[in-house]
Design a protein around this ligand. Sequence first.
Ligand code: ATP
Length: 284
Amino acid sequence: MSSTVDLQGSAQPPQGEPVIEVEDVRRVYGRPRSGLFGKAASVTALDGVSLTVHRGEKLGIVGESGCGKSTLLRIVAGLHRPTSGRVRVEGREVTGSDRDLAWLRRRLQVVFQDPMSSLDPRMRVGDIIAEPLVGLRVEGDHRARVAELLEAVGLDAEAAERYPHMFSGGQRQRISIARALAPRPQVLLADEPVSALDVSVRAQVLNVVERLVADLDLTLVFVSHDLSVVRHVCERVVVMTRGRIVEEGPTEQVYTHPRHDYTKALVAAVPSVRRALTEERGVG
Ligand SMILES: Nc1ncnc2c1ncn2[C@@H]1O[C@H](COP(=O)(O)OP(=O)(O)OP(=O)(O)O)[C@@H](O)[C@H]1O
């Protein structure tokens, strides 16, 4: 899917060249046998997913838990291999080889849901943020870069000397964002980046993401089960269920005029989104 379709059916190709191209990707996970004579079950997490993300786009991926959102993101990031199908980033195939991953990490970084488990508790924050710079052998003054990144995410420079457990959940996610941005990627993948946070700090962290994506002109892919968060951040959305994309388009259009029954149910199930749409657009 390389273009969006509006309500009247006229194609509106997103601006910018393709940065991520996902082509008919399937991913089947094996499950161990249940008992000695039980059958080995398998789960089809992705069942023929195709998707193009264009330079500078902010794309949301929504769907219920287990629909395959994280698997798709991890395959794009080279962390999982597809069972079949292909992924290209800036025209180069993501193969999972060490050489390709080093190339990919300079261009594309991931922020995960749980900042506690993704930050090494034994490392100082400054070393955590500098880790990708060291790993990718990025030249330059790493200390200065760390200070710049801490400021960019709204943390004091002294944070570099402290450890992750000394920070709140929201601050830890700011640290994760700083680390992801350290090697100056052009693409940021975010997997439920605020879902593990207290409601009171979600908006602040989302604002940090939005501001940095705008300032640095990043391409953003934002996975969330929370439709209102995606509405806030992303101009285009794809809707997934059971390992497939069933609908895509500009976020406002998909939310106000969902075409697929699954999207209709998804939108109807979120009172805050339904209320906002009703008030703003007179859509019931
Ligand atoms: N490592 C794994 N081994 C076996 N099955 C897996 C594995 N990872 C995911 N799955 C299964 O694949 C399906 C898709 O999972 P995935 O995590 O991609 O969905 P999701 O939409 O991101 O859900 P959630 O938001 O709950 O993480 C689910 O049925 C899940 O149980």
